[in-house]
Design a protein around this ligand. Structure first.
Ligand code: AMP
Length: 122
């Protein structure tokens, strides 16, 4: 997936308040909300508010403040969702092979049950 940002992607619309979300956490640079189609009892998405398509795009163009905010938000959300101690998995899909559906960088946080092996298909 080329790192060309689509202003009409679903997460851009959530950030503009055009579509509701179940907000978990927000700060100046970051928003976290529950996934609409959860794959585990806890499934929350953490996104930067800036217009970044992928982790490569984000780490190339974002400020150090934005980078730190996203990472800190992941830790904060794990705590807020109560999986910090029981365990959780974070995942960020990028591009076609990873089946990235929404072209705005997002970090999935999964938890609330035993999550099995790292990858389920080969
Ligand atoms: P990915 O395949 O990594 O791009 O994941 C995109 C994720 O966004 C999927 O888990 C979807 O269920 C989730 N998603 C799509 N639309 C919404 C929405 N309106 N609110 C919350 N999550 C969404």
């Amino acid at each position: 997936m080329a790192d060309v940002y689509d202003d009409d992607n679903i997460f851009a619309r959530i950030l503009r308040g055009e579509i509701p979300c179940k907000k978990v956490y927000e700060d100046t640079h970051t928003l976290a909300f529950d996934d609409i189609n959860p794959q585990a009892p806890i499934h929350t998405l953490v996104i930067p508010k800036g217009k970044y398509v992928s982790m490569k795009d984000f780490t190339t163009r974002a400020s150090d403040t934005e980078l730190a905010a996203l990472l800190r938000a992941v830790g904060k959300v794990a705590e807020l969702k109560g999986v910090h101690e029981s365990g959780y998995r974070i995942l960020a899909n990028a591009g076609v092979n990873a089946h990235q559906e929404v072209p705005h960088l997002h970090i999935h946080i999964f938890g609330g049950r035993a999550l099995g092996s790292m990858l389920t298909s080969k």
